[in-house]
Design a protein around this ligand. Structure first.
Ligand SMILES: Nc1ncnc2c1ncn2[C@@H]1O[C@H](COP(=O)(O)OP(=O)(O)OP(=O)(O)O)[C@@H](O)[C@H]1O
Ligand SMILES: [Mg+2]
Length: 423
């Protein structure tokens, strides 16, 4: 029994008190006594007992009133109360039970009965406490799991949407790309003809001469190939983005695939490109890639990309914050992404930034679900919890972090080359 697990006996009759406490002590219970309702309430508030044996008739506030007050206080209402009342007093028994008492003990006392009842009510209370605790724990676990599920569902829907859009973009882009080469040839033919015309400018009808003069034909002929060139480059760029989008959003299959994780890192960086560019006063965030030759990794590629995305987005946030707080006056904001083979069956991916860094207290909690230091509406605190789950549980890998406040952060991910945990 714990120190707080004592039975409080409340009775104005000293003989009753002594008989009962001796019987209970003899049975191994810790016991305290009070001689009236007021002092009982005071004692209970100060040091709550595990169970109360309460006499009905007492001077001052009687047992019923005492019971009512204890049941009205949220701090004391859960303590089981057993009334002590004369065997014949049915009215009192009913009233006591209706006020929230768990049981009654008839007077005169049968010691063995008192002990048995006290014991069984204490056990009941312990069981119900344990049950309540389990329910509270389970409810918290369920709430957490639900948040993660909703988040993952959203991400996977977003992934499907992205893949769909990228796919739909593909046909029109391919059409443009495949037409640019003949278009360039046509334009060059037309240009030749027009240049020829210009050589015979004087012989051309007046209306055509006038039109040539008005349109600045020379400049157009010079500029047109450049224009077509840059259009072709842009189209290729759109094509790259579309491929990256599809790569990034690889809708995950039930089995692991063998993929090049550098491709995943590159797609993710490309998708984040708009956030890396200089913004107002803030300089561009430079990305340094140090890739080592790696074998293909057996993994869920879409999920791994999600991990890279969460870590890289955090790094950009941390760099932006460092800049805003005037901590990077030398204008250098960088992210370094490096990969390395960890002989013979593991690869290491490091993602480092020289952003705002974190304190030890923050560092210890970053993988907790819903832990965020970002303002309301900006961060949900799920990014790293999900990343941890994907790396550790889904891929049998490890993720750790090194960070120094005001200096920067480095995440290290270790992944097995052969996927083990197939869940
Ligand atoms: N590179 C980093 N530099 C400094 N602090 C970081 C870095 N990465 C994570 N943190 C800290 O860890 C916390 C938790 O990150 P996590 O990605 O889980 O949530 P979040 O970014 O706040 O919200 P979101 O769910 O939108 O990602 C962040 O709020 C931040 O305090
Ligand atoms: Mg985040």
């Amino acid at each position: 029994m714990k120190d707080s697990d004592f039975v409080l006996i409340v009775d104005d009759n000293p003989t009753n008190l002594s008989v009962l406490s001796q019987a209970l002590k003899g049975a191994g219970f810790a016991v305290r006594v009070a001689e009236d309702g007021e002092s009982a309430i005071e004692l209970v508030q100060h040091k709550p007992p595990a169970l109360i044996l309460l006499d009905v008739q007492m001077p001052g506030i009687d047992g019923f009133e005492t019971c009512q007050r204890l049941k009205a206080d949220p701090l004391t209402q859960a303590i089981p109360i057993i009334f002590m009342t004369a065997l014949t007093d049915t009215e009192n028994k009913v009233k006591g039970l209706s006020l929230g008492a768990v049981d009654y003990i008839p007077k005169p006392f049968e010691q063995a009965e008192v002990i048995a009842r006290v014991r069984s009510h204490l056990q009941l209370k312990q069981l119900s406490d344990r049950l309540e605790q389990r329910v509270a724990e389970r409810t918290a676990e369920l709430a957490k799991a639900q948040v993660q599920l909703v988040q993952q569902e959203k991400l996977s829907m977003l992934g499907q949407l992205m893949a769909g859009v990228a796919h739909e973009m593909n046909n029109p882009i391919s059409c443009i790309i495949s037409n640019t080469i003949p278009a360039q040839e046509y334009v060059s033919d037309i240009t030749n003809i027009l240049q020829l015309c210009q050589q015979y400018y004087e012989q051309l009808p007046e209306a055509i001469q006038e039109a040539i003069a008005q349109t600045d034909l020379e400049f157009i002929l010079e500029d047109l190939p450049n224009l077509l060139n840059s259009m072709q480059l842009s189209t290729e760029r759109i094509k790259e983005i579309s491929v990256s989008l599809r790569n990034f959003a690889r809708t995950d299959t039930a089995v692991k695939l063998e993929v090049d994780i550098h491709q995943g890192l590159d797609s993710t960086l490309l998708i984040l490109r708009h956030r890396l560019k200089s913004l107002g006063q803030r300089p561009e965030i430079k990305v340094n890639r140090q890739y080592s030759p790696l074998p293909k990794i057996e993994c869920f590629p879409g999920q791994l990309n999600q991990v890279f995305m969460n870590i890289l987005a955090n790094a950009i946030d941390a760099l932006e914050e460092a800049w805003q707080q005037g901590k990077r006056v030398d204008n250098s904001l960088f992210i370094e992404v490096s990969t390395e083979m960890l002989e013979p069956d593991f690869v290491i991916i490091r993602i480092a930034d020289n952003g705002i860094g974190m304190s030890d207290e923050v560092r210890q909690r970053i993988f907790d679900c819903m832990f965020t230091t970002k303002e309301l509406g900006k961060g949900t605190g799920l990014g790293l919890a999900i990343a941890h789950q994907i790396v550790v549980e889904k891929h049998g890998g490890a993720i750790k972090v090194d960070s120094t406040l005001d200096r920067g952060t480095e995440f290290t991910i270790v992944l097995p080359v052969k996927g083990e945990a197939q869940n």
